[in-house]
Structures are given as structure tokens and as C-alpha cells.
Design a protein around this ligand. Structure first.
Ligand code: C2R
Length: 164
């Protein structure tokens, strides 16, 4: 099976955050690949990765980067695949706002679906939901995941109300 989700990040130092996207793919049994691609430091590699992504079978790309985070937007400018951007609060970030705004504030025409700061888990879930639009089995797994979230809240409500 070829990878359906491409998880890329600007630096190896983003891995502690971006691993959450990979863990969600594993949990849902979705094939993924994960690597480092930087628009700033490896522009040719970034271009080739984005240009080849659809042809090699990827359906969605998750791109995480910190600081002046141009990777998600630049990849989105090259591929027709949906790109989910993960702002990373890295060592060179000013509170993460630099990364959030540089991923979020894309010009009309080149969207990047931006999740919350360090929210690689939600990026993984969004990627699975995109794939689930064409995969009934995956859609059912997503429904079960949501049912489980609801059950956990209901249990915590029951627990809290019992104590109060
Ligand atoms: P180092 O820890 O390697 O110095 O990287 C990375 O995503 C990382 O969060 C610090 C931060 O620089 C970011 N970086 C980008 C890009 N390439 C690397 N934002 C890019 O192309 O957008």
C-alpha cells in the first residue's frame, strides 16, 4: 500500500510535535510517510516533494513548521492536494504567533487548512476525515472515535456530579 498522507516538517526539531499526526494515522490504519522538508533550507527538495506528491499517491499533506513558517504555504502553492498546516512553537518562535500567522494568513487562491499551535493530532484527524470522504470503512472508524470522545465526557460528567 502506498502512503496516503505525507507528513513533512521544517526540521527534525519539530518531530516531538509532529509525531502526533503519525500516531493518529497509525491509530486509524492509514498509510503515511514522514520526512523533513524545508522551504528555506532545502528549496529544491521542497519543490520536488510538492510536485511529485499527487503522482506518487498521496491524498493530503500535513506540513508543520515553526517561526517564519513558509513550508505549508509554499507546498500548497505547488500541489493541488489539500495541505494542512501545523504551526509549531519552536525554539525560534515568538510565542508561536509568528508561525500561526505565517501559516494562517494565506492569500486568496492558495488555502492552507491551519490547525491550532502544536495541534498535530488535530491535523492527523483532519487528514483522516478528508480520506474518509471516499472511504466508508474509515468514516465508520471516525464515527466510533467521536462516539468514544462523547462517552468519555459523559463519564466525566457522571463522575463529577456524583462527587458534588
Ligand atoms: P531548527 O531547530 O532546525 O533550527 O529549526 C522549523 O520548522 C523549526 O521549527 C527551527 C525551526 O525552523 C523551522 N523551519 C521553517 C522552515 N524550515 C525550517 N519554518 C520553512 O521552510 O518554512
Amino acid at each position: 500500500m502506498s502512503a496516503k498522507v505525507g507528513i513533512i516538517m521544517g526540521s527534525k526539531s519539530d518531530l516531538n510535535v509532529m509525531q502526533d499526526s503519525a500516531d493518529i494515522c497509525k491509530e486509524f490504519g492509514v498509510e503515511f510517510e514522514m520526512t523533513v522538508v524545508s522551504a528555506h533550507r532545502t528549496p529544491e527538495r521542497m519543490f520536488t516533494y510538492a510536485q511529485d506528491a499527487a503522482e506518487k499517491g498521496l491524498k493530503v499533506i500535513i506540513a508543520g513548521a515553526g517561526g517564519a513558517a513558509h513550508l505549508p504555504g509554499m507546498v500548497a502553492s505547488i500541489t493541488t492536494l489539500p495541505v494542512i498546516g501545523v504551526p509549531v512553537k519552536s525554539s525560534n518562535s515568538i510565542d508561536g504567533w509568528d508561525s500561526i500567522l505565517s501559516i494562517l494568513q494565506m492569500p486568496n487562491g492558495i488555502p492552507v487548512a491551519t490547525v491550532a499551535l502544536n495541534a498535530a493530532k488535530n491535523a492527523g484527524l483532519l487528514a483522516v476525515q478528508i480520506l474518509a470522504t471516499a472511504d466508508e470503512n474509515l468514516a465508520q472508524k471516525m464515527q466510533a472515535y467521536k462516539d468514544d470522545l462523547k462517552k468519555k465526557v459523559e463519564e466525566s460528567v457522571a463522575e463529577m456530579e456524583k462527587k458534588s
